[in-house]
Design a protein around this ligand. Structure first.
Ligand code: ADP
Length: 328
């Protein structure tokens, strides 16, 4: 584990700088970079009076298009956190949806120069929302199946303080990205959507970020978050279990567990809270914060993301996040 400096020490009481010393190497702290490898989708959201059954056609309301996809959402969040250079490595179609996502990424300050434009349509999520708020979702991955880690992408990953990935692109892409990392690149995986992880990926991870359901799936057991985290620590040095409005649990192998409380906000739409949390966590780790401090900032950003509709549109600015953290 040469990438973590110094070795993880026990995490003790709740606040304070002596909590987890989980700091990336100095060599990358001058202009820390975050490389986000993952998906980009356009979410087409249609309100429906009820969900149709097989073979049925129903009329819905007006369609709304949102830029989304876990990779792109997390890249936007990392860039908005400020103080890091964020590169998104993904694939978009040569279509209007691709332009929408590229525009959203650029507006947040994400470097999109290594995004491939391919002949397959941009990834699309078709989302029908009933009056009770229940969603049915069809995802057409499209261009996300064609993310490539070429030489330029590999170089950028090697230069990154943090490589952040999720599971909406083929595992082979993640394998190539992980192989491109440098010795001091921290690998952070948000294991969503849930799927079994191959051995090589477990072995490459520095920090695993999962919600309670994903934690249970990967641990192969039920139980309280602390139990799940303990089980996952057998396979990775550090785990963050996000718990929605209950906050998040930070656990490291050589230390203990620290509960990072949620910030109290007026919730409008929880879409994108998890992605915002992951992107900001990666940015704060890249800047040299320890894991608990990074989780506290990520929690503030995740909370603020629930106060507005959408995913990328709801990612807060660094100033708003700092305001909430210092008001605590
Ligand atoms: P996911 O969407 O991946 O399931 P969570 O719902 O656990 O992720 O949210 C990620 C983080 O965002 C939480 O750990 C918490 O810090 C913050 N968050 C989410 N929902 C709320 C909420 N209702 N109030 C305050 N913070 C929230």
């Amino acid at each position: 584990m040469g990438r973590l400096r110094p070795p993880l020490r026990p995490l003790r009481a709740l606040a304070g700088r002596e909590l987890g010393e989980f700091i990336v190497a100095d060599s990358k702290q001058d202009s820390p970079e975050v490389a986000v490898v993952g998906s980009a989708n356009v979410d087409l959201v249609v309100p429906v009076p009820r969900h149709p059954v097989g073979g049925e056609t129903i009329l819905g309301g007006d369609v709304v298009r949102h830029p989304g996809g876990k990779g792109a959402n997390q890249a936007v969040a990392a860039a908005r956190a400020g103080g890091v250079r964020t590169t998104f490595i993904g694939a978009l179609g040569r279509d209007a949806s691709g332009d929408l996502i590229a525009g959203s990424l650029r507006a947040a300050g994400v470097d999109v120069s290594l995004v491939d434009r391919v002949d397959t349509p941009t990834g699309t999520a078709l989302i029908a929302v009933s009056p009770t708020g229940e969603n049915t979702i069809i995802v057409a991955p499209g261009a996300n199946r064609h993310v490539g880690i070429g030489r330029a992408q590999a170089r950028r990953i090697a230069a990154a303080a943090v490589l952040l990935a999720q599971l909406e692109v083929p595992l082979e892409v993640i394998r190539q990205a992980v192989e491109a990392r440098a010795a001091d690149t921290l690998v952070v995986l948000n294991a969503a959507p849930s799927q079994d992880l191959p051995k090589w990926l477990w072995g490459a991870l520095d920090v695993l970020v999962v919600n309670e359901h994903e934690a249970a799936d990967l641990a192969g057991t039920g139980g309280a978050p602390a139990v799940l985290a303990e089980a996952l620590l057998r396979r990775v040095p550090a785990v963050v279990v996000t718990l929605g409005g209950e906050g998040s649990l930070v656990a490291t192998r050589e230390g203990g567990q620290v509960m990072v409380g949620a910030f109290s906000v007026d919730v409008v739409d929880t879409t994108g809270a998890g992605d915002t949390y992951c992107g900001v966590l990666a940015a704060e780790l890249a800047k040299g914060r320890d894991l608990v401090e990074a989780a506290q900032v990520a929690a503030a950003a995740g909370a603020l993301a629930t106060t507005a509709a959408g995913a990328q549109e709801a990612v807060p600015t660094a100033a708003d996040v700092t305001g909430l953290v210092s008001a605590r």
